[in-house]
Ligand binder design. Structure first.
Ligand code: NDP
Length: 293
């Protein structure tokens, strides 16, 4: 049996269409345009690419995009002053500070200075707490995208054994919380986990967010399981060029799994689409208007 390939690009196109439709509705019915402010400190090339891509897709969905590009030597106080200004700006419904920040700036301090209602990345400690206690939160984009794809492929997730590999604050932990909210039986593995192959063999759902190329072997996977590969790793090919691979050995895993996301083209495209969705959601919540589905 060969697994169904979960096409994240198609999912993302469909989600972006829904976001654009809701944005048009907000404009027509309520004369509001959702606005997303993205703050970039420094000139990290990868971050610049992400920020450009976020701005382009924001505008394509009909929303306002506000970009704040700050010099690498911007002080923490200057950055906090900008966050303060964006927090009180009624045209800004979502604020995203591109990570990583330069070393002289305290990342947690900056993230927790964002108004939680505008925290479209869902990294603020209040949103993490709201999610963990089953209350309405802004949910981090990558795990949110994973959940949307899982719901579509698995239907009702209740009672399924879900294994999340990785316990970062941006992927692993919120993913585990979301799966728990769906009534999965959730196991979280990390670098000290002893019996990973056994845990994988017992999982109906595997979400891999480790950052180690081809780390999860095809032979570990339970036949028919759904595999979501969050990892993005660049490896060198024999001809000296590079290619992107996930944390899962895709070629072997797709012969065993029921459904699996490829890398690239799986989780990645959904992350920005969920950022746009979160911005519209934040805008609707700010004005007590119906949220997109
Ligand atoms: P982190 O480095 O913050 O976390 C990695 C996690 O993997 C840690 O919890 C670590 O455990 C765990 N880990 C490391 N080695 C092992 C091991 N041998 N066995 C089991 N667990 C292990 O990474 P992120 O969560 O930020 O990202 C993970 C991957 O996802 C990366 O490849 C990243 O590029 C990608 N990513 C992709 C996104 C997308 O849009 N597709 C978005 C965000 C991330 P411990 O805590 O014990 O150290």
């Amino acid at each position: 049996m060969t697994a169904q390939i979960i096409d994240g690009k198609n999912f993302a196109v469909a989600l972006r269409e829904r976001v654009a439709e809701h944005t048009a509705y907000l404009k027509q019915q309520h004369d509001i345009t959702p606005g997303l402010a993205v703050v970039l400190v420094g000139e990290d090339p990868a971050s610049q690419v992400y920020v450009r891509s976020k701005a382009k897709q924001t505008v394509e969905a009909g929303m306002h995009s506000y970009q704040h590009k700050l010099a690498v030597d911007t002080t923490e106080a200057e950055l906090l002053a900008l966050i303060d200004q964006l927090n009180t700006d009624p045209a800004v419904h979502g604020i995203l500070v591109q990570l990583p920040l330069p070393e002289h700036i305290d990342e947690a301090l900056v993230i927790n200075a964002i108004d939680p209602a505008k925290d479209v990345d869902g990294f603020h400690i209040s949103n993490a707490g709201l999610l963990a206690t089953g209350q309405q939160a802004m949910v981090p984009c990558t795990p949110l995208g994973c959940l949307m794809m899982l719901r579509e492929y698995c239907g009702n997730l209740s009672g399924q054994n879900a294994l999340v590999i990785g316990r970062s604050n941006i992927v692993g932990k919120p993913m585990a919380q979301l799966l728990l909210r769906e009534s999965c039986t959730v196991t979280v593995a990390h670098s000290r986990t002893r019996n990973l192959p056994e845990l994988v063999a017992n999982a109906d759902i595997v979400v891999a967010a480790v950052g180690r190329p081809l780390f999860i072997e095809g032979g570990w996977i339970k036949p028919g399981a759904t595999v979501i590969d969050v990892g993005i790793n660049r490896i060198e090919k024999s001809d000296g060029t590079t290619r992107l691979v996930g944390d899962v050995d895709f070629a072997a895993a797709k012969e065993v799994a029921g459904a699996i996301t490829p890398v690239p083209g799986g989780v990645g495209p959904m992350t920005i689409a969920c950022l746009l969705a979160n911005t519209v959601t934040a805008c609707c919540r700010a004005r007590a208007l119906p949220e997109p589905h």
